[in-house]
Write a protein that binds this ligand. Structure first.
Ligand SMILES: Nc1ncnc2c1ncn2[C@@H]1O[C@H](COP(=O)(O)OP(=O)(O)O)[C@@H](O)[C@H]1O
Ligand SMILES: [Mg+2]
Length: 248
């Protein structure tokens, strides 16, 4: 039974319809890659799944572990085990990374928060960032590593990573990939990785790749086939697939 079921979901923001009937099932420790051109609605889907109140669901349903979460607020979804990183992470002026990390771990009742933080910042090369304000003056790669670090502290079962590989240098993508493999995939957590380039697919296991165009999933298939198709033809031809991706 997949954890997350998206049924005929239509949603939008500021009176604009963006998602136009999304059907997806994700779970059982699988990782899906969601690709699509800029503006196709990928980030909107991430925001709707985590429960950003700015985004309005117009029709359809979201089930998580068979519970209807369509109208649940963000905090409840996080408590149920869903976590998301955003394409443009917010700057948290006045809040140091160490303070937020400690607050998350204490709230979760972690017995040895210092040790957990020490281990993860070492693995993610974030040692120098603990006593800085979150994302203030951070580079692209530093912000994405910080986002993933904060997600790991929440110990989620279901993770959504939006453009984790965008604006990030090769070394940071390597670190992010290693941490996703070791800390998330090895423990059998389920993931939606959103990427318009697919670069992250070189570093992590992808079980199935989906293409989104104009607020709809148009095709899907094994990641190598879908990625090669996109690299060769761009996204335009994905309109024709209407289901399983083919290469012509
Ligand atoms: N607040 C908003 N008001 C109006 N249009 C928006 C708003 N936010 C996003 N959009 C539009 O919705 C479409 C989908 O955006 P987005 O989900 O960010 O796409 P993607 O992540 O695939 O690039 C884009 O055309 C974008 O301009
Ligand atoms: Mg986006």
């Amino acid at each position: 039974m997949p954890e997350l079921k998206i049924i005929n979901l239509c949603a939008g923001v500021d009176n604009k319809v963006i998602l136009r009937g999304i059907n997806l099932e994700i779970g059982n420790g699988k990782t899906i890659l969601l690709m699509g051109p800029n503006g196709s609605g990928k980030s909107t889907l991430a925001q709707v799944l985590i429960g950003n109140p700015k985004y309005k669901i117009l029709s359809g349903k979201i089930l998580f572990n068979n519970i209807d979460i369509t109208d649940l607020p963000l905090e409840k979804r996080v408590k149920m085990g869903i976590s998301a990183s955003f394409q443009i992470p917010p700057k948290l002026r006045g809040i140091k990374l160490r303070e937020l990390a400690m607050a998350i771990l204490r709230k979760r009742g972690e017995k040895n928060p210092d040790e957990k933080i020490r281990r993860l910042v070492k693995e993610m090369k974030l040692e120098g960032f603990l006593d800085r304000e979150i994302n203030v003056g951070f580079s692209g790669g530093e912000m994405k590593r910080t986002e993933l670090f904060l997600i790991l502290l929440q110990n989620p079962t279901f993770v959504i990573l939006d453009e984790i590989d965008s604006g990030v240098d090769v070394e940071s993508v390597g670190i992010l990939g290693k941490v996703i493999r070791n800390e998330l995939q090895r423990d059998g957590r389920s993931l939606i990785i959103i990427s318009h380039t697919g670069i992250i697919a070189k570093h992590v296991r992808i079980d199935i790749a989906y293409i989104m165009l104009n607020g709809k999933i148009t095709c899907y298939g094994p990641p190598t086939i879908v990625l090669n198709h996109v690299l060769e033809h761009g996204f335009a031809r994905c309109k024709k697939c209407e289901g399983i991706c083919y290469v012509d």
